[in-house]
Design a protein around this ligand. Structure first.
Ligand code: 5GP
Ligand code: ZN
Length: 114
């Protein structure tokens, strides 16, 4: 998707603070952090949202969650706790139409959300 901001970050056309990258995903720090640790984990292939996932993507989604847990440990927030969020669609406030997993932590967060 040539006009997708996250595709541009993955290609390196827009700078970002990358914390992890492999053949399947790229993880970088959110430009407008909502918590002391706020990382976005993004598949390297363009998928609009959870609504667009197919059976072929099951391993990819599992990999996103697994790497998120590893990054939480790397950031030193695994023990105290963290939150993983896939905002999906307008009501959830999804602003970038390239599926991404938010990893948030580093301080107590409010709950319930909504
Ligand atoms: P959403 O609201 O779609 O779930 O989350 C999109 C996230 O992407 C927001 O938290 C926003 O701050 C972040 N974001 C938007 N544009 C950029 C950018 O150019 N670079 C980085 N690092 N994050 C971005
Ligand atoms: Zn994209």
């Amino acid at each position: 998707m040539s006009d997708c901001i996250f595709c541009k970050i993955i290609k390196g056309d827009i700078p970002s603070t990358t914390v992890f990258r492999d053949e399947h995903l790229t993880a970088f720090r959110d430009i407008n952090p909502a918590a002391p640790t706020h990382i976005l984990l993004v598949p390297n292939k363009h998928i609009d949202s959870v609504n667009a996932l197919t059976g072929e993507d099951e391993q990819l989604v599992g990999h996103l969650v697994k790497v998120a847990g590893q990054l939480a440990a790397q950031e030193g927030i695994a023990e105290d706790g963290y939150r993983l969020i896939f905002n999906t669609g307008a009501h959830a406030g999804q602003t970038v139409l390239h599926i991404h997993l938010h990893l948030l932590g580093g301080a107590p967060m409010k709950y319930p959300m909504g």
